[in-house]
Design a protein around this ligand. Structure first.
Ligand SMILES: [Zn+2]
Length: 45
């Protein structure tokens, strides 16, 4: 599995919609620009 995180916050705050634009909850960056796809580490040992 994988999920999106903000590349500016380096954390997983997620996103929300303000005034019709989806932005990062953490820093307010435009989500379309800020999001990066992060692969979940499933290599549990
Ligand atoms: Zn952010």
């Amino acid at each position: 599995m994988a999920h999106y995180e903000c590349k500016y916050c380096d954390s997983c705050f997620g996103s929300a919609v303000f005034d019709g634009d989806r932005v990062c909850i953490g820093c307010g960056a435009e989500w379309a620009d800020a999001k990066i796809l992060v692969e979940d580490d499933e290599d549990e040992s």
